[in-house]
Design a protein around this ligand. Structure first.
Ligand code: SF4
Length: 318
């Protein structure tokens, strides 16, 4: 039992954190699809980047596959929240499959922008991370060669477009707000006629979680971000904290916590990526309080009330 003189550990919990409206909707879509069509329902790609969520849905009857050709005939399929190239629904239609598209509406909005830029005859730059499913999906909205991926400021320096007056850009929704503005700044310096979105496509959830983690990082000795290693927005939260001067680590759940690394910290900041369920946040907090005496403070930088409707095919049972 600690005495009243024992220093109390403070946990600073970022708000907003964790699930965004797009992730909430994608999980609901899989659950409703199982309810409507019966198990199994196939899901192309991890519906959201989180093992805990994926395993929970598997237990309910979802089967996760990488490609459409792994889905047996006559079985419904759901496309993940990250979005898919146009060839995927086209193939599903050719095979007369029942499919439900769980692409986040904010990603679909970027897809529509890509189409508009293409219709204007522009070459499109995609600011994002190579190999991320959202980038594959967005770049797959147009024919190969119509888009160029930009990952760094150096990539901007190396660009030599055929017609600099006919250039546009879009961005992945889960990027670092600060890194992206550096890239955009360089693009605008090099190509003053560049057509930009009204505002960058980084979504409200990514932006809010980065602002919140920046705020707690300033007051913390260590920051723990709950999220998966393949979750882009979770990894950005770690980077944002580190750039704000506070060492940070990404953990999937409490069993990943390294207490040696936390040793000596008086304030531990906690946040979670947009695909990390709150139950894992609670698990991490309980594991810390099982070792240290302390108290929890919630640090709120924004209130969120965004929700998205499920697709019409599921409305009858929603
Ligand atoms: Fe949609 Fe943003 Fe959530 Fe991605 S992080 S699913 S774009 S709300």
């Amino acid at each position: 039992m600690a005495s009243s003189d024992t220093p109390q550990l403070r946990i600073l919990l970022a708000n907003p954190r964790g699930f965004c409206a797009g992730v909430d909707r994608a999980i609901k879509i899989v659950e409703l699809a199982i309810k409507k069509f019966g198990a199994p329902v196939y899901v192309r790609h991890e519906i959201v980047h989180n093992r805990y969520v994926v395993e929970g849905l598997e237990a309910k009857g979802a089967v996760f596959v990488d490609e459409l050709d792994e889905v047996p005939e006559g079985v419904p399929v759901v496309f993940s929240a990250h979005g898919v190239p146009k060839s995927v629904p086209a193939e599903a239609e050719r095979r007369e499959m029942i499919y439900v598209d769980a692409t986040c509406p904010l990603v679909s909005k970027v897809h529509r922008q890509v189409e508009r830029h293409k219709d204007r005859g522009n070459h499109i730059l995609m600011i994002g991370h190579e190999g991320h499913p959202e980038v594959i999906g967005t770049m797959g909205q147009v024919n190969e060669g119509s888009m160029t991926l930009i990952e760094t400021v150096e990539d901007v320096d190396n660009l030599s477009p055929e017609n600099p007056a006919k250039l546009s850009y879009v961005t992945q929704t889960t990027l670092s707000v600060d890194d992206t503005s550096d890239i955009v700044e360089r693009l605008e310096e090099r190509f003053p006629e560049l057509k930009s979105p009204k505002k960058e496509d980084i979504c409200y959830a990514t932006t809010n979680r980065q602002i919140a983690v920046k705020a707690i990082a300033k007051e913390s000795d260590r920051v723990v971000v709950i999220g998966a290693p393949n979750s882009s927005n979770s990894r950005r939260l770690v980077e944002v904290s580190e750039k704000s001067g506070c060492p940070a680590v990404l953990v999937q759940r409490a069993t990943d916590l390294d207490f040696e690394w936390l040793k000596g910290a008086k304030t531990i900041g906690i946040s979670a990526g947009a695909s990390a369920p709150e139950i894992l946040v609670e698990e991490v907090i309980s594991a810390i309080f099982a070792r240290y005496e302390g108290y929890l403070e919630i640090f709120t930088t924004a209130e969120e009330d965004v929700t998205f409707k499920v697709p019409p095919i599921l409305k009858d049972i929603a």
